[in-house]
Write a protein that binds this ligand. Structure first.
Ligand code: PLP
Length: 377
């Protein structure tokens, strides 16, 4: 049976360009901090990768800090803001757990920036909240992701940045899901800090980056050596960042994913009774979040898996976790959350994969409905 992977938002398959770069660099010895020839060669690999990531996320290469993934990049931004005087953090209701949990653990007060039922941050709320800001809370810090991992909804980050800037605040943007799919230039978006992760765009897992602008001061949270200009201690993941850069270059050279095959699937599922989440909002063209009342997410994921299609029930960023999606709850869609699945394609997905997925989903749904209707034996 052929297998179709449609869970790119959990992790994307590693691109051939990234595998080539990683294996090539793994074959070369050298610590970038060493001054001999091998060390200088490793340093050259890291700095070339930094230039490529700067092209992805904006800013001079000197403002790109390599990290051990998106989680660490987000945490570095939140912790730096708290260390430099933010005592109250406004975190959007749909942020990834790594942002929300880091904020809660930081010791600062945390307030949730609500979203509309379409999953878009409520900027009127933000404006009013910042207008009433208490100076005792220090510099306002706002976390608003660029695209949501579950729904694919693209957030009005540029408009948010104007509001945050007017309040002399710090806007942090988690662009982990957006990178490689839509524009993620931190300067064009008005982000003070912006985080990305290699494995969502076809690089390896465990590699990420944070960039920061002139209004953000980075404070090291990991102590040890002076790597990354003293901002993140630890020997650089030379092969990992080379592969990250190769994946980023490949992603930047591709046209945007055509939404048509995804939208055609949505129409077919809707005809069978499914509800497309956030259908009216701007969304990443690779993501389809769809709920079928009465058919639980877990049963759907299992039935599809048996048919050879890999999708996820809500956010699958921490595997095996089965809990109601806080993202859908924030959108006041609690009724739909237990029966929602996320289908996400990417660089290796073909229109035929999407069409075959719709066939499999319809077959599984038909047999689920028939079983439910059958009289108990
Ligand atoms: N932010 C978002 C929006 C994500 O979807 C993920 C997924 O894992 C992360 C952050 C965490 O990134 P990483 O897995 O690289 O730590």
């Amino acid at each position: 049976m052929s297998q179709v992977y449609l869970d790119y938002n959990a992790t994307a398959p590693v691109r051939p360009e990234a595998i080539e770069a990683m294996t090539r660099v793994l074959g070369q010895v050298g610590n970038p901090s060493s001054i001999h020839a091998a060390g200088r060669a490793a340093r050259a690999v890291v700095e070339a990768a930094r230039n490529d990531i700067a092209a992805l996320i904006g800013g001079p290469a000197s403002t790109v800090i390599f990290t051990g993934g998106g989680t660490e990049a987000n945490a570095l931004a939140v912790d730096s803001a708290v260390a430099t005087g933010s005592r109250r953090l406004l975190i959007s209701a749909i942020e990834h757990d790594c942002v929300i949990e880091t904020a809660k653990a930081s010791g600062a007060a945390v307030e949730i920036l609500p979203v509309t039922p379409d999953g878009v941050a409520d900027l009127d709320w933000l404006k009013a909240r910042l207008a009433a800001w208490d100076a005792a809370d220090g510099r306002p810090f706002v976390a608003l992701m660029l695209a949501n991992n579950e729904t694919g909804v693209i957030q009005p980050v540029l408009a948010a940045s104007e509001i945050v800037r007017a309040a002399e605040g710090w806007l942090h943007v988690d662009a982990v899901q957006a990178a490689g799919k839509i524009m993620t230039d931190s300067r064009a978006l008005g982000a003070d800090t912006l985080a990305v992760s290699a494995h969502k765009l076809g690089g390896p897992q465990g590699v990420g980056a944070l960039t920061f602008g002139p209004r953000a001061t980075m404070v090291r949270t990991q102590h040890g050596g002076g790597q990354e200009r003293g901002r993140r201690a630890g020997t650089e993941n030379v092969a990992g960042v080379a592969a990250f850069a190769a994946a980023a270059r490949a992603a930047l050279s591709e046209p945007q994913i055509d939404p048509e095959p995804r939208d055609a699937v949505a129409e077919r599922l809707k005809a069978a009774g499914a509800v497309v989440i956030a259908e009216g909002a701007p969304r990443l063209t690779n993501t389809l979040c769809v709920s079928t009342p009465g058919w639980s997410s877990d049963l759907q994921v299992m039935a599809l898996d048996l048919a050879g299609f890999m999708v996820s029930a809500g956010s699958a960023c921490s595997s095996g976790k089965v809990k109601a999606s806080p993202v859908l709850a924030a959108m006041q869609l609690d009724d739909l959350a237990g029966s929602a699945i996320r289908v996400s394609g990417g660089w290796g997905t073909t229109p035929a994969d999407w069409a075959a997925f719709a066939d499999a989903w319809i077959a599984a749904h038909t047999s689920f409905v028939a079983r439910r209707r059958a009289p108990a034996a």
